[in-house]
Design a protein around this ligand. Structure first.
Ligand SMILES: O=C(CO)COP(=O)(O)O
Length: 250
């Protein structure tokens, strides 16, 4: 089954109003693959500005959200607020949320549930640490994280609003990319897990992205793997060259 290319950017805690202006100017002046889904995660304070100024075809995502619509949760933002900023997307369970901010599988599952119930589209992230890979636990970790997410997807239709991002933690921001074969192996296993544990039509349809030091140099080869449906790009999504990654299948 041919799935649409999905090119995600994740600016993390980077960017500024002037960066948004110059980045969007570059994208507007470039020819980008009109067939690709393009979604860029920006810090919460830039959501509305980025969404309002984004070139046609580019959607803006929040990089996190909480499990409640409002309340005494200092520093958090809710799916309702993300929608209020005009955005339809949120990234949930990024490894930096898991490992720097200590978010558990359970919390991440609850976030996914609430975001989907609120009608947001979600990029749900999974991925193993280096020591977990070295101990041969990659599949166990990815399946455990998938299980915590899948049981919180409120209904089968909500899977239409789910994109999975496989981001091996050892490849994030390290310049060490998984080889196309390593990425394909895990993507295929994750799709197989969805087929066995959720539904085979959902497994065929769901886009699974690779994230971890994706660059202009490696995007084409990674994106050519049968179960790699696109990327979640960190550092390189802040650079003008991101347009070349968007065009990885052109
Ligand atoms: O974490 C990532 C995307 O979410 C990947 O970051 P890098 O592309 O900078 O390795």
């Amino acid at each position: 089954m041919v799935r649409k290319l999905f090119v995600g950017g994740n600016w993390k805690m980077n960017g500024s109003f002037s960066h948004i202006d110059s980045f969007f100017e570059t994208v507007k002046n470039a020819e980008t693959d009109s067939e690709a889904d393009i979604v860029i995660g920006v810090p919460a304070c830039y959501l509305k500005y980025a969404q309002e100024n984004a070139p046609k075809g580019i959607k803006i995502a929040a990089e996190n959200c909480y499990t409640k619509p409002s309340g005494a949760f200092t520093g958090e933002i809710s799916p309702a607020m993300i929608k209020d900023c005009g955005c339809e997307w949120v990234i949930i369970g990024h490894s930096e949320r898991r490992h720097i901010f200590g978010e558990s599988d359970e919390l991440i599952g609850e976030k996914a549930k609430h975001a989907l119930e609120e009608g947001l589209k979600t990029i749900l992230c999974i991925g193993e640490l280096l020591e977990e890979r070295e101990e041969g636990k990659t599949n166990d970790v990815c399946f455990r994280q998938m299980d915590a997410l899948a049981k919180n997807i409120p209904n089968p239709e909500a899977w239409d609003k789910v994109v999975i991002a496989y981001e091996p933690v050892w490849a994030i921001g390290t310049g060490k990319t998984a080889t196309p074969e390593q990425a394909q192996e895990v993507h295929k296993l994750v799709r197989g897990w969805i087929r066995d544990s959720v539904d085979s039509c959902i497994a065929d349809k769901v886009q699974i992205l690779y994230g971890g030091s994706v660059t202009v140099e490696n995007a084409k080869e990674l994106g050519a793997q049968p179960d790699v449906d696109g990327f979640l790009v960190g550092g390189a999504s802040l650079e003008p060259d991101f347009v070349t990654i968007i065009n990885a299948r052109k």
